[in-house]
Design a protein around this ligand. Structure first.
Ligand SMILES: *[C@@H]1O[C@H](CO)[C@@H](O)[C@H](O)[C@H]1NC(C)=O
Ligand SMILES: *[C@@H]1O[C@H](CO)[C@@H](O)[C@H](O)[C@H]1NC(C)=O
Length: 342
């Protein structure tokens, strides 16, 4: 191809790219995923501003949510300005189509401190409405559970209990039981998740893309904590947690997952695993069903914790063909409902 032809071809590609972009409702993979892009894709004409310093419509996030009409069926943007919002936030079932846009996970945070024997009750943030998107927000439960405390209480940072929920560039902080991925299809992109024991748990069908997982030490149990405790109980419930291209590191040793339900399903693919992952990789501690239906798998992970020598015999290594199914956006049908993905 001559250089003129080449230049023309690139121009054409650029033109096609921008014309797709301009019509606003194209769906497909993108290269940069930020708040302006999501705002454009979601294309809402209603924005409620929350500003802790009083320069918005509300100073509390919950008040803004309360202002969304019940049975809402058009996207509403709740723009949460920079600041630390000390409140519990609940999005009930009938407040669908909320896009909660923060100013970045280092700038906008929702923090509460509560520990309870009831996971859901302890949660700082709870979403029970379908069609929810968050960008650039930190969710934190500051309750002092863990090392210094022997209580069996839980302290959940976020409870995600609805279908079609996505978090972009968010962070979740707690110790024990940080992210309760309860049910529905979910997408987590470029998120940071921190905890010690069973800190990503529940029965969601979720894809974690390029997320960073930081492990904290907890001395309560000798066998170490576990990153995931996936609770798929039968063949019909299609839940499972899939981690693609992120990294796992931290303090002390943990398992990638422990069998919680009989069909517990977790995949780590193309992920960096530091030495914090113990050689056995997975555990069936406290689980009495036998490993036949467990699906705890890895695919092309790298780093010192990815060495498969010493892995439990029931852990799986996926083939390229198998990995395609698990790592594709179609696993959560994201191509149908997500505003954007990578
Ligand atoms: C937003 O757009 C919808 C149509 O998509 C329209 O019905 C509604 O009145 C608009 N709301 C405002 C506040 O402009
Ligand atoms: C544990 O949770 C219960 C309620 O479930 C509560 O009454 C108690 O104060 C909590 N303990 C701690 C240490 O927070």
């Amino acid at each position: 191809m001559s250089s003129i032809n080449l230049a023309f071809a690139s121009l054409l590609i650029v033109a096609i790219y921008f014309s797709c972009f301009a019509n606003g409702d194209d769906k497909g993979p993108v290269t940069v995923l930020d708040a302006p892009l999501l705002t454009k894709k979601i294309n809402s004409n209603v924005t409620i501003k929350v500003d802790i310093n009083g320069k918005g419509d509300y100073t509390s996030i919950q008040e803004a949510i309360n202002a969304v009409p019940k049975g809402n069926s058009k996207w509403v943007i709740i723009h949460v300005k920079k600041g630390i919002y000390r409140e519990k936030v609940h999005i009930p079932k009938d407040k669908r189509y909320i896009f909660m846009r923060g100013n970045g996970r280092g700038r906008t945070a929702i923090i509460w401190s509560m520990s309870s024997v009831d996971n859901k009750a302890s949660a700082t943030f709870t979403v029970e409405a379908k069609h929810f998107v968050a960008f650039g927000i930190s969710f934190k439960n500051e309750a002092p559970t863990g090392v210094a405390y022997t209580s069996q209480n839980q302290s959940v940072a976020a409870f995600v209990g609805a279908d079609r929920v996505a978090f972009y560039h968010c962070a979740f902080f707690s110790t024990h039981n940080t992210l309760f991925d309860y049910k529905g299809r979910h997408y987590y992109d470029n998120c940071y998740i921190q905890g010690s024991i069973d800190f990503i748990f529940g029965r969601g069908r979720s894809l974690f893309h390029n997320c960073e997982i930081f492990v904290l030490q907890d001395k309560r149990i000798a066998i170490h904590g576990s990153i995931t405790a996936q609770n798929r109980e039968n063949q019909e419930d299609h839940s499972g947690f899939v981690f693609v291209k992120g990294k796992v590191y931290g303090i002390g040793g943990v398992y990638l997952g422990r069998a919680k339900g009989k069909y517990s399903t977790v995949v780590f693919a193309q992920t960096y695993l530091s030495r914090t992952i113990v050689p056995a990789g997975w555990t069936d501690w406290s689980y009495h069903g036998g490993p036949d239906h467990l699906f705890h798998a890895e695919y092309k992970c790298h780093g010192p914790g990815a060495d498969t020598f010493g892995r439990v015999h029931w852990a799986k290594q996926l083939t390229d063909e198998e990995a395609k199914y698990w790592t594709s956006i179609e696993f959560i049908n994201g191509n149908v409902w997500l505003p954007a993905w990578l």
